[in-house]
Design a protein around this ligand. Structure first.
Ligand SMILES: Cc1ncc(COP(=O)(O)O)c(C=O)c1O
Length: 367
């Protein structure tokens, strides 16, 4: 042992300096966990804060998990069956697919694979917070290229901002929390930077537009998808990436061997066998999203934004968005609010069942 090696450093001496002061990710505050949290008229908590599928997962998933007997066996580290099933669904080859514990894990793996400390990623806020979070954890920098007034990606500005040290450009399309799509041609232009361009299609099933078919022609294009939103499996954690086989191989090397649990594997298989049922719930949610958008437009102090996903973002005018969120929470309705730039006074409401839309609109009108 060298001199001083055994000296007590204290925990702050052990944690990487760049992480000591890092702000934590702000997840959803669980319904029922705050004093004053209410329940709705039927005793139900109406949870519209996480863009989940309120219809739940396929009944085939419930049944298969009830009957599953192999929980004591580790899942396949190479995810062979799972990748085959995902590839058929996405119309790509299994070698182009990698699965993770949510697309959050694929974001993390991509950053751990590519970022050296001090190198950069680009994100375009307002957008999903895990891109910056993941870069922070890896000691990377985030170059912020704000979206325009209408929340479109400023592609020319992204191209100007990219440097030799830029490793990854993240674009969620449809974007969370704003709901809009980035046109395919714009996303493809970003490939000329040479950085990995990650088209995050977490809400693909609600809009039907994808770059999955472009991956074979572009080795620096990655498409991310998830079963959290359309398939009602947010709690089981299953996301996947579609990318060049060489990139899949590199990620395979660094991923935890058993990153996708056995229950999630079973659930994906059954969901895909019951895709027609799930697509029915997606169609219902899309219909309800559009009805919600129209109804929110009728509330004098809200300005809703059109959305291709399963939620609606609204600017709150002349009232405090946090108070609106808390007011609904007391009535058993759970939504997100945003209070920091570039979303200074906004709320986001996930599409639910018709009765949820009715309850939200009645509650907003009664505030
Ligand atoms: C744009 C976007 N990407 C990724 C995710 C994460 O999804 P998962 O549950 O698969 O980790 C979300 C979840 O909110 C999201 O909105």
């Amino acid at each position: 042992m060298s001199a001083g090696a055994g000296k007590n450093k204290g925990l702050s001496g052990l944690v990487r300096p760049g992480l000591l002061g890092m702000k934590p990710y702000q997840p959803i505050v669980a319904p029922g966990s705050l004093a004053g949290d209410g329940v709705g008229p039927g005793g139900e908590r109406i949870k519209l804060d996480g863009n989940e599928n309120v219809y739940g997962c396929s009944p085939r998933v419930q049944e298969a998990l009830r009957n599953y007997r192999e929980y004591h066996v580790y899942p396949d580290p190479e995810q062979r069956e799972l990748r085959r099933a995902l590839a058929v669904y996405a119309g790509v080859s299994p070698e182009q697919v990698l699965a993770g514990a949510g697309s959050d894990e694929i974001i993390d793996l991509l950053l751990r694979l590519t970022l050296n400390p001090g190198e950069s990623v680009i994100d375009c806020p307002p957008t999903f917070g895990m891109y910056r979070f993941g870069a922070d954890v890896c000691g990377g920098k985030t170059i912020t290229v704000r979206r325009t007034e209408t929340f479109d990606v400023d592609i020319d500005a992204v191209l100007r901002a990219a440097t030799r040290e830029t490793k990854v450009i993240f674009i969620a399309s449809p974007n969370n929390p704003t709901g809009g799509l980035t046109p395919r041609g714009d996303l493809l232009r970003l490939l000329e930077t040479g950085a990995l361009v990650v088209a995050d299609e977490a809400y693909y099933e609600f809009c039907g537009e994808t770059l999955a078919g472009d991956v074979a022609r572009h080795e620096n294009l990655v498409v991310l998808r998830t079963f959290s939103k359309w398939a009602g499996l947010a709690g089981l954690r299953l996301g996947y990436g579609i990318m060049a086989p060489e990139l899949v191989q590199q990620l395979m090397k660094i991923k935890p061997p058993y990153n996708v649990n056995a229950a999630a594997e079973v659930a994906v298989g059954e969901s895909l066998k019951d895709a027609a049922y799930l697509q029915g719930t997606v169609a219902a949610l899309v219909g309800e999203r559009d009805r919600l958008y129209a109804a929110l437009g009728g509330v004098s102090w809200l300005a809703p934004y059109p959305s291709r996903a399963n939620f609606i973002l609204c600017r709150v005018e002349g009232r405090d968005a946090k108070q609106v969120q808390l007011g609904l929470r007391r009535k058993g309705i759970y939504i997100r609010h945003f209070a920091t730039p570039p979303l200074q006074n906004y709320i986001r409401i996930s599409a639910g069942k018709p009765e949820h839309t009715d309850a939200v609109i009645a509650a907003l009108q009664g505030l």
